[in-house]
Design a protein around this ligand. Structure first.
Ligand SMILES: NC(=O)c1ccc[n+]([C@@H]2O[C@H](COP(=O)([O-])OP(=O)(O)OC[C@H]3O[C@@H](n4cnc5c(N)ncnc54)[C@H](O)[C@@H]3O)[C@@H](O)[C@H]2O)c1
Length: 502
């Protein structure tokens, strides 16, 4: 087998669509020889021109030397049949997402390429085992899942099917690095790593809406402002398209035999049924005018006066500082009329906090100070709460210069729920041995732009706190969706990092 890190290897690419072109381009810029084939001769020709055009633009932008671009172009060969791959050291298949078409290609390739040539599929959703089934040498077949647009997305998932040998994965990792990509390894599992790990963020947001806790725009604002995500879950789903993310969610849920952690909601499907597919159809969770989402109110705006006094149920430095700055008196005992403020009913809802402490629920206002509170604070009250307490607390917090989002009672507000679920799913992926802790974190940061990997997030929040949140969320809802992963439980109980291997 050639050493992809250094040798003048020949890479075959089957399919010259969006992905095949990108894969060919990064192989060329990585110094490899590329043979590109597409069934459609016109598409093949066009792909050759488009790749050359993109290399020229890299030169114009000063990102590539002119002679290097000329050299890269000279290393591209357009083949007019699969027999053009006879001398390939590895072939990456990126044709239409159809298992029968892919299997036929792998079958033909097996008869054409040398015994050491590696065969990889860029499939997004077909199990590699299904493509490799019946192959003469399944050990050399793996998934090599690139992300769109390939030249801009550094991540590549190397998918290890049942029969894939460690040597195949090692060689593909070297090949990915030669292409300037960052490889992560994952077992052949529904959704591979990024699509599987990404389910928590969107499905928990959908459950929050389903419970009537908050509107999509409010959830998006909280996840951007308090947790540093570049996009909220609903704008993300509208961007990728409901026709993509609903079926992906359904396939993964089914693939894990209906694990409730991966479950979506009827709202999600109904958008698909209604043809509200997101930005591309002008409507999804939001409606769009000229590509811009229609404004939705996310902040609580109030003319109320801030309270003169509050009862602070917990010792929370942030709320204490905010009260002192606003010259609000913090009462040592309930005076029977002032708002009762509590922070962090961690994983609990305001109802549970009132029940546990025995305070007057109608004046209780819970504030989430768990994450970044510099731009936005989330408040919630139990059912039957008195509107005045909420309004006056909101007036106080707004006057301190932050936006306030008021939601219905919820175990763990918005951010705790979504973050705990993102972390828990990362832990479960590690528990099942689907990928290493480091690769889980890398994949979610590079593939989905998460500010932190799921396991890094658990460590940042504290494994014990995340475990506690989930236990309470499970207890309050009675929903096994929230059951903590054993990976998390063990590390929480032993005081270990979430990244501690078994
Ligand atoms: N587009 C994405 O965002 C994305 C991301 C990751 C993975 N993928 C996967 O990559 C693969 C390709 O996706 P795409 O978006 O590039 O599709 P595409 O439709 O842009 O291109 C597919 C190409 O394959 C060619 N083709 C079809 N049958 C062929 C055959 N038998 N032999 C040779 N060529 C054939 C078609 O002519 C077409 O040019 C799919 O498996 C897809 O799931 C896509």
């Amino acid at each position: 087998m050639v050493d992809f890190a250094t040798d003048q290897a020949v890479i075959g690419v089957v399919g010259a669509g969006a992905m095949g072109q990108g894969i060919a381009q990064v192989a060329l810029t990585g110094g490899l020889h590329v043979t590109l084939y597409d069934l459609d001769a016109a598409a093949r020709q066009r792909a050759g021109e488009q790749i050359a055009g993109r290399l020229d633009r890299l030169v114009e932008k000063g990102r590539m030397a002119a002679d290097a671009a000329a050299d890269a172009k000279a290393r591209l060969t357009l083949a007019d049949g699969l027999d053009g791959f006879a001398n390939a050291d590895a072939v990456v298949e990126a044709v239409t997402e159809d298992v029968a078409v892919k299997r036929a290609i792998f079958e033909q390739l097996e008869g054409l390429v040398g015994p050491d040539c590696l065969l990889a599929s860029n499939t997004s959703s077909i199990p590699i085992a299904r493509i490799a089934a019946g192959a003469k040498r399944p050990g050399r077949i793996a998934g090599m899942h690139f992300f769109n647009p390939v030249p801009l997305m550094a991540l590549v998932e190397l998918v290890e099917a049942r029969e894939t040998t460690p040597e195949t994965l090692d060689a593909l990792a070297a090949l990915a690095q030669r292409m300037g990509r960052t490889p992560v390894r994952v077992k052949d599992t529904p959704g591979f790593l990024v699509n599987l790990g990404g389910r928590a963020y969107v499905t928990e947001a959908l459950h929050i809406v389903q419970e009537g806790v908050a509107m999509p725009a409010q959830i998006d604002a909280v996840m951007r402002d308090c947790c540093g995500y570049r996009m909220g879950p609903f704008e993300l789903m509208d961007l990728t398209g409901i026709d993509v993310n609903f079926p992906v969610t359904e396939i993964i849920h089914r693939g894990f035999f209906y694990d409730p952690r991966l479950r979506s909601t009827p709202d999600h499907r109904s958008l698909l049924d209604a043809g509200r597919l997101g930005r591309k159809t002008g409507a999804g969770f939001f409606t769009y005018d000229d590509g811009k989402p229609a404004e939705q109110p996310v902040d609580l705006v109030t003319n109320a006066e801030p309270p003169a006094k509050i009862v602070l149920l917990v010792d929370d430095p942030e709320l204490t500082d905010l009260a002192l700055a606003a010259e609000i008196e913090i009462l040592a005992a309930d005076d029977g009329e002032s708002p009762i403020v509590t922070a962090l009913p961690r994983g609990r809802d305001a109802t549970q906090a009132a029940f546990d402490t025995g305070v007057e629920p109608s004046r209780l206002v819970a504030v989430d100070t768990e994450f970044d509170t510099s731009k936005r604070l989330v408040v919630m009250v139990p059912p039957g709460a008195d509107f005045d307490s909420l309004q006056s607390v909101a007036a106080w917090l707004t006057a301190s210069g932050v936006a306030v989002t008021a939601i219905q009672d919820s175990p763990g507000f918005i951010a705790q729920r979504i973050q705990a679920m993102v972390g828990n799913l990362g832990c479960e992926i590690a528990q099942r041995g689907l990928a290493s802790p480091a690769d889980i974190d890398t994949a979610m940061k590079l593939g989905l732009n998460y500010p932190m990997g799921p396991l890094e997030l658990v460590d940042e929040m504290g494994p014990g706190r995340v475990h506690d949140m989930l236990m309470r969320m499970q207890q309050i809802t009675g929903d096994d969706r929230y059951r903590p992963s054993l990976w998390l439980r063990r590390r929480a109980l032993l005081g270990l990092s979430a990244r501690t291997p078994d």
